[in-house]
Ligand binder design. Sequence first.
Ligand code: NAD
Length: 256
Amino acid sequence: MLKLSGKVVFVTGVASDIGREIAFEFARQGANVVIADLNHAAAEIQESGGRAIGVAVDVSDEAEVDVVIQAAVRAFDRIDVLVSNAGVQIVSPIEDFRFSDWKKMLAIHLDGAFLTTRAVMKLMIANKTGGSIIYMGSVHSKESSMLKSAYVSAKHGLIELAKSVAKEGAKHNIRANVICPGFVRTPLVDKQILEQARALGISEEEVVRTVMLKETVDGEFTTAADVAQVALMFAAFPSNALIGQSMVVSHGWFMQ
Ligand code: NAD
């Protein structure tokens, strides 16, 4: 594995468990971390001894993304790794799905991934540093589920975005890959348990057992730490051999 020490890692969606754990894991490996969320401070990582800055950004806003990438460059000169992780979930039957919610989902997941990618690629190409771009997909990048049409559509889109970046980025030593976690018990999932229980007319415990974890091999949630380990692996992989790929970490819910 390449050393991540001294590398600059830009992570979006860090106010919650998955992004936070990824940011901490990179900091523990000695990386400089730029943590980007709707509003955030880097105090926690700084207090634990890591080099970090926090930037406030709506990843679906073109101007804001460009501004925070410049802030990262002012702080650390370069960006070596982008982890595009910010995301939301809105569940609804298709026939009742509000168009505004559909657009919000695509904006945060796909526009956000595109805007951060474009800004970071420009920088990596200008600096001739190459780098690694990692998207937070989902098992829902591979298959569909009831009530999640917008999320599933957006998460599938990330796989093809990664392949496009891989093809265009390879000559600049820019790699792109996707992490596809199963359910991780975060506020995003807690909200879904409640919403699905209401929509399906079953208890929250039944949603977990009979919907979310039904297809796993052991009835276990994936953890943020599991996801962070895959992010490290993608970031540190030493060649273009691992490019345009998507890796599922889901306790066997989805097997490729
Ligand atoms: P979460 O809701 O707990 O956290 C999402 C983070 O994204 C929050 O910090 C939020 O502030 C931030 N965010 C939302 N909109 C934003 C915007 N417009 N600009 C900047 N930041 C924004 O979610 P999570 O469960 O930690 O999910 C993180 C990522 O992992 C998401 O992309 C999600 O789709 C993906 N994922 C989650 C699970 C899971 O089971 N929790 C499984 C597979 C994939």
